[in-house]
Design a protein around this ligand. Structure first.
Ligand SMILES: Cc1cc2nc3c(=O)[nH]c(=O)nc-3n(C[C@H](O)[C@H](O)[C@H](O)COP(=O)(O)OP(=O)(O)OC[C@H]3O[C@@H](n4cnc5c(N)ncnc54)[C@H](O)[C@@H]3O)c2cc1C
Length: 388
C-alpha cells in the first residue's frame, strides 16, 4: 500500500495549482458573489485541458483517470471555489453520464461545445414530489411517432439559468424499470424556466417546465431500464461534490489558521488558546480522514465508475468534514469570519449545501448501512397510523 501520489500525479496537481494561482486567485471573491456561470473561466480551462479530463481521447477528452480529475478540482477549489464548479460541470456532473452512455452521433453533436467551454449540460432529476425518493419522478416520456413528448417539471437544477443542454430523467413506463433519460436543448418548444430562486450559497435554481416537448429518438440517452446506469454514473458527480466540499472546507480552515496566528487577544495570538487549538485539531482530523476515503473511491474507479459504497462513504465523510472545518473556521475568525470580506462565509454556505445536493447525507448513510448489514433497506412502506 502506498499513500503518496505518484510523481506524475504530483506534477499534474502542482501544474493545476499553479494555473489557478496565476489566473483564478485574483477575482475569486468577486466570482463567489456572482450567481452567473463563469464562462470566461470555462474557456480558459478548456484551453488548459481541464474539461473532459476523464473523457476518452477519441472523444476529444484527455483520457485521464478519475483521480486526475479529483486532483484538478481540489487544486482549483483551494484557490477559487466558484471556478471549481466549472471543473465539476466539465468533468464530474451530467457530462460524465453523457460521455459514458451517449451514442457516437450524440457525442459528435454535443461534446465539442461542452469540452470547449462554450456549452454547458445540467442534470434535471429532482421534482417537486420526488427529491430523496428520486425514483418517484413523474416527468413522462409519451411515445409520439418515432420519438416522444415530454411533460412534467423539475426543481433545483444547478446551472438551470445558463445550461445549453439538459439531461432530463424521465419516466417511459411504471416502476424503477420505466425510468430513463433524454436530452433537451434550451429553447426547445414547450420548455420554459421559472423565476430564479436564490440558494443561501449565492447560486440560483429555476423550475423547469416541460409541456409536450418533442424529443427525437436520437436525443434519448438511456431508454427504459436506464436508471441504474444513470445512478452509477451519478456516483462520479458525488465524487466531485465530495472533493469540492473537502477542498472548500480546507480553504476556510487555512484562512482561519493564518488568522489565528496573526490576530491577538488577551496579549497572545488566538492560536495559543487551547479552546481554539482543539477546534483546529478536530477539523484537521476530519479533513485528513475524509481525504483518504475520497482518494480510495477515486483510485479504485481508475478509468471507470466508482462503487456506490465507496462513493457514499467518501461523500458523507467529505461533506461533514468540509462543513465542520468551514463552520469552525468562521467561529475562529469571529466577526471577520461572519462578514463577507474573506471567502470563509462563502465556504461555510457552499459546504452546507453539499450535505443536501447529490444525495443528502441521510440517504447515503442508509446506503452505507445496507453495506454494513448486507441487505436492502427499502424506504417506501406503509405510513404509521396515529395512536388512538
Ligand atoms: C445546492 C443544491 C444543488 C442541487 N442541484 C441539483 C441538480 O443539479 N439537479 C437535480 O435534479 N437536483 C439538484 N438538487 C436537489 C437535490 O438532489 C435534492 O435537494 C435532494 O435529493 C433532496 O431532496 P429534497 O430537497 O426534495 O428533500 P426531501 O427529499 O424532502 O428530504 C428532506 C430531508 O429529509 C431527509 N430524508 C428524506 N427521506 C429520508 C429517509 N428515508 N431517511 C432519512 N432521511 C430522509 C433528507 O435527507 C433531507 O434531509 C440540488 C440541491 C441543492 C441543495
Amino acid at each position: 500500500m502506498d499513500f503518496d501520489l505518484s510523481e506524475q500525479q504530483r506534477a499534474f496537481r502542482d501544474a493545476v495549482a499553479g494555473f489557478a494561482a496565476r489566473h483564478l486567485a485574483e477575482g475569486a471573491l468577486a466570482r463567489a458573489r456572482d450567481p452567473g456561470y463563469p464562462w470566461d473561466v470555462a474557456r480558459l480551462m478548456a484551453g488548459q485541458g481541464l474539461l473532459g479530463i476523464t473523457v476518452g481521447q477519441a472523444d476529444g477528452g484527455q483520457g485521464g483517470t478519475l483521480m486526475d480529475a479529483v486532483l484538478a478540482i481540489e487544486a482549483v477549489a483551494g484557490v477559487c471555489p466558484r471556478s471549481a464548479d466549472v471543473v465539476q460541470a466539465g468533468n464530474f456532473a451530467a457530462i460524465r453520464t453523457f460521455a459514458e452512455y451517449a451514442s457516437p452521433g450524440q457525442k459528435a453533436r454535443y461534446l465539442p461545445g461542452l469540452l470547449a467551454g462554450k456549452a454547458l449540460i445540467a442534470v434535471a432529476m429532482s421534482e417537486p414530489e420526488a427529491g430523496s425518493a428520486a425514483t418517484e419522478l413523474r416527468t413522462a416520456a409519451t411515445p409520439d411517432g418515432e420519438g416522444y413528448r415530454i411533460t412534467g417539471s423539475k426543481v433545483f437544477t444547478t446551472h438551470g439559468s445558463d445550461a445549453t443542454l439538459f439531461l432530463v430523467y424521465v419516466r417511459f413506463g411504471p416502476g424503477v424499470g420505466g425510468i430513463g433519460s433524454v436530452l433537451v436543448e434550451r429553447g426547445a418548444d414547450g420548455f420554459t424556466l421559472g423565476e430564479p430562486v436564490p440558494y443561501m450559497s449565492g447560486e440560483v435554481w429555476r423550475q423547469l417546465y416541460f409541456e409536450e416537448v418533442r424529443v427525437e429518438p436520437d436525443n434519448v440517452l438511456l431508454g427504459p431500464g436506464g436508471f441504474k446506469k444513470q445512478i452509477s454514473a451519478f456516483n462520479v458527480e458525488r465524487i466531485g461534490n465530495a472533493a469540492r466540499a473537502l477542498a472548500v472546507g480546507r480553504l476556510a480552515f487555512e484562512i482561519a489558521r493564518d488568522h489565528a496566528l496573526e490576530r491577538k487577544q488577551f496579549g497572545k495570538p488566538l492560536a495559543e488558546f487551547q479552546g481554539l487549538q482543539w477546534k483546529f485539531a478536530d477539523a484537521a482530523l476530519r479533513l485528513e480522514a475524509a481525504q483518504l476515503l475520497l482518494y480510495r473511491a477515486a483510485v479504485n474507479a481508475d478509468k471507470g465508475l466508482p462503487t456506490g459504497q465507496e462513493t457514499a462513504l467518501a461523500k458523507v465523510a467529505c461533506n461533514e468534514a468540509g462543513f465542520l472545518a468551514a463552520n469552525e473556521a468562521m467561529q475562529a475568525m469571529g466577526g471577520t469570519g461572519f462578514s463577507e470580506v474573506t471567502l470563509v462565509d462563502y465556504c461555510m454556505r457552499r459546504t452546507r449545501g453539499w450535505m443536501i445536493a447529490g444525495g443528502p447525507v441521510e440517504i447515503l448513510k442508509t446506503r452505507i448501512a445496507e453495506g454494513v448489514f448486507d441487505r436492502r433497506f427499502p424506504q417506501r412502506g406503509r405510513r404509521s397510523e396515529p395512536d388512538g
